[in-house]
Design a protein around this ligand. Structure first.
Ligand SMILES: Nc1ncnc2c1ncn2[C@@H]1O[C@H](COP(=O)(O)OP(=O)(O)O)[C@@H](O)[C@H]1O
Ligand SMILES: Cc1cn([C@H]2C[C@H](O)[C@@H](COP(=O)(O)O)O2)c(=O)[nH]c1=O
Length: 214
């Protein structure tokens, strides 16, 4: 507020509180009279919504491949009295060009951008949108709440399971959840050691469903 605008990337594994923090940041800025917009892409709960596992939920604008953030901000400046900040959830799914637009929104229009997303996919590879955010952000902030691996260590990586078995091949984007009843495709957060060993909680407990898939 009154200071130089920033592009901040809040990064963490799945289930580390990113969407909760996104809605808290929006709440705090809005409470002080700042004008902002919420964006997301492919939230688990559906389109046009940011949802947190703590139960918070707010309407948001759905980002598509066509979304042009500079145009949105320019339009708001002429029609709606301008914007002070953008909150951008699921930013890993944004196109690198859209992240560049966000950087220009900060530098040329003085609008703060708070982006939230996972850095790497189930193969431990960077999402293109997250890579661009790491490259361009003024600050990359790791979430304070530590998601934990089944062994108790800090979870740093996201594993994907298909029918309960960890996989390392497949489409980069498959919307899903970490809940035990997540469906055919699920996710589990692990420490690096157990991600590299492909040891999910089910494998560690020796359950039938927790076998290794070649
Ligand atoms: N029943 C619960 N009680 C307390 N905290 C919870 C509960 N369910 C989820 N959480 C918290 O919410 C976090 C997930 O928040 P969320 O914003 O949905 O994460 P992300 O967007 O990073 O996937 C969990 O790490 C946990 O701290
Ligand atoms: C690891 C990984 C995740 N996804 C998807 C799964 C979820 O829909 C989102 C992450 O949401 P969250 O709010 O951070 O829990 O990303 C994916 O498509 N591909 C992956 O490799």
């Amino acid at each position: 507020m009154g200071s130089v605008a920033e592009l901040v990337f809040f990064s963490g594994t799945m289930d580390s509180g990113k969407s909760t923090l996104a809605l808290q940041v929006d709440h705090n800025h809005r409470a002080r009279g700042r004008r902002g917009l919420l964006f997301t892409r492919d939230d688990r709960a559906g389109v046009d919504v940011i949802s947190s596992r703590l139960g918070l939920r707010r309407a948001a604008r759905e980002v598509t491949a066509e979304t042009d953030f500079e145009a949105v901000v320019a339009h708001a400046a002429t029609e709606d009295g301008g914007l002070d900040y953008l909150v951008c959830d699921e930013a890993q799914f944004y196109r690198p060009e859209q992240v560049e637009q966000l950087a220009r929104v900060v530098d040329e229009a003085g609008v703060d951008v708070y982006a939230f997303g996972i850095t790497s996919d189930f193969r431990t590879r960077l999402f293109p949108g997250s890579a661009r955010l790491v490259e361009l952000a003024d600050r990359v902030q790791v979430l304070q709440v530590e998601a934990l691996c089944w062994c108790g260590a800090r979870a740093t990586h996201n594993a994907r399971t298909v029918d309960g078995i960890m996989v390392v091949e497949g489409e980069q984007v498959v919307i899903g959840d970490v809940a035990a009843d997540a469906g055919v495709v699920g996710y589990e957060v692990l420490c690096r050691r157990h991600h590299m060993r492909r040891e999910t909680a089910a494998v560690a407990s020796g359950s039938d469903r927790g076998q290794l898939r070649d």
